[in-house]
Design a protein around this ligand. Structure first.
Ligand SMILES: Nc1ncnc2c1ncn2[C@@H]1O[C@H](COP(=O)(O)OP(=O)(O)O)[C@@H](O)[C@H]1O
Ligand SMILES: CC(=O)OP(=O)(O)O
Ligand SMILES: [Mg+2]
Length: 402
């Protein structure tokens, strides 16, 4: 059976995720995950029709993974026809507030943001350029994590630094996970029966990277990440909020270069740094049960800091209808939701502990009847948002050439 569709690629610094969607369903026909790039443990598993295929990778980099994927698709699944490719690109700076088709100028602009997202943007570009080389006529679309937050206003995105740092160097808050925040907020409006033109929400996207976003009437009005994805919430390995004074103090005391310390703030901090055990919330929850003090402290800090950011973000909203949890932790860790909501009494949030523990599919309301704010879990689907953007842009481009 011949199936046309779009391939969505999310290339990270040490992993690549991909999904193939036909034009109709938000459930991908094929998914894949390549992990541990740049190491001997590199692996790539593709799931198709309930079967798992391990691909043999001839190398350790992004190129090797994509070549193996395209070989596998043409040899094993020749009926899947990739009509276009969509990429999640993390940093689009102030250049992009919507998805766009890839061309040389777009590539240059993405490259100009490389140093603002060094773990993510260069990897995205490698994937785009490689696909261009392999299949020059295949349309490619880029969807930016930063785009949804371009609606945030200046008094909220500026840092209190000399103004010319913004004018000359574009130093400001950009925010990330925008595709997820947009998707989940749209789902929340539909599922919670909120008014399209009168709603205020906070979305907590809690994955390896984590951020909150305040959404008013469909637009992002505040978010916790900043110039880079290091700011805001405590994350798997990232520190989040930090007194800038700590930076120089530590460089000095530990004789570290700014690059070395930035690497520690990105890769050795957060849940991993505090627990000295793991960046994985599942592992921390298991060990916390058994009394591991580092795991207990890391979890307590994560939830408190999350609650603090939720409260802070309400300053950007004229009203708060709902708080929604998403991402690997937000969707699956009931204990984290419960501990976080326990800090939100001042917002009159009351959790229904039974509902919070219920298993669910895509959407689960978890507030108690007495809660003044609705609380919910909604599964994110950034890949499907990207696939839809690809469809729209490719269709518009085809109509324009008629
Ligand atoms: N059942 C679960 N219980 C608790 N945490 C979970 C569960 N499943 C996944 N997670 C956590 O979700 C995080 C990864 O989230 P995810 O959104 O998949 O990450 P990303 O897309 O940023 O790679 C990890 O910390 C993982 O431990
Ligand atoms: C921007 C960001 O933090 O992305 P991720 O959560 O995929 O690391
Ligand atoms: Mg993610």
């Amino acid at each position: 059976m011949h199936i046309d569709g779009h391939l969505v690629v999310n290339a990270g610094s040490s992993s690549i995720k991909f999904s193939f969607f036909d034009f109709h369903s938000p459930t991908p026909i094929l998914t894949g995950l390549a992990e541990c790039l740049f190491s001997a443990q590199i692996s790539c598993v593709v799931k198709y029709q309930h079967q798992k295929h391990s691909l043999r990778i001839k190398g350790e980099d992004h190129k090797a993974v994509l070549l193996a994927l395209f070989d596998f698709l043409s040899e094993q699944l020749p009926d899947l026809n990739i009509a276009a490719v969509g990429h999640r690109v993390v940093h689009g700076g102030e250049h992009f507030s919507t998805p766009v088709l890839v061309n040389e100028q777009v590539i240059e602009k993405i490259a100009s943001c490389n140093n603002l997202a060094p773990l993510h943007n260069p990897a995205n570009l490698i994937a785009i350029k490689l696909i261009q080389q392999m299949q020059p006529n295949l349309p490619q679309v880029v969807v930016f994590d930063t785009a949804f937050h371009q609606s945030i206003s200046a008094e909220k995105y500026l840092y209190a630094l000399p103004y010319n740092y913004y004018q000359d160097l574009q130093v400001r808050k950009y925010g990330f996970h925008g595709t997820s925040h947009q998707y989940v907020s749209q789902q929340a409006v539909a599922q919670l029966n909120l008014a399209q033109k009168d709603h205020g929400l906070i979305v907590a996207h809690l994955g390896n990277g984590a951020s909150v976003c305040a959404v008013f009437n469909g637009k992002s009005v505040e978010t916790s990440m900043g110039l880079t994805p290091l700011d805001g919430l405590m994350m798997g390995t990232r520190c989040g909020d930090l007194d800038p004074g700590v930076f120089n103090y530590l460089c000095d005391k530990l004789n570290l270069s700014p690059t070395e310390l930035t690497n520690i703030l990105n890769k050795k901090s957060g849940l991993l740094g505090i627990s000295q055990l793991s960046n994985d919330m599942r592992t921390l929850l298991e060990h916390a049960e058994q009394g591991h003090e580092g795991a207990i402290l890391a979890i307590d800090m994560f939830c408190y800091r999350l609650a603090k950011h939720i409260c802070a973000s309400t300053a950007a909203l004229p009203k708060l209808d709902a708080i929604v949890f998403t991402g690997g932790i937000g969707e699956h860790a009931a204990a984290i939701r419960s501990k976080t909501i326990a800090h939100l009494k001042v917002l009159h949030c009351v959790l229904d502990e039974q509902k919070n523990l219920q298993s669910y599919d895509e959407f689960n309301p978890i507030h108690h009847n007495s809660s003044l704010v609705q609380l919910a879990v909604i599964a994110t689907n950034e890949e499907w948002m990207i696939a839809q953007s690809v469809s729209q842009l490719v269709k518009t481009a085809a109509e324009d050439t008629l």
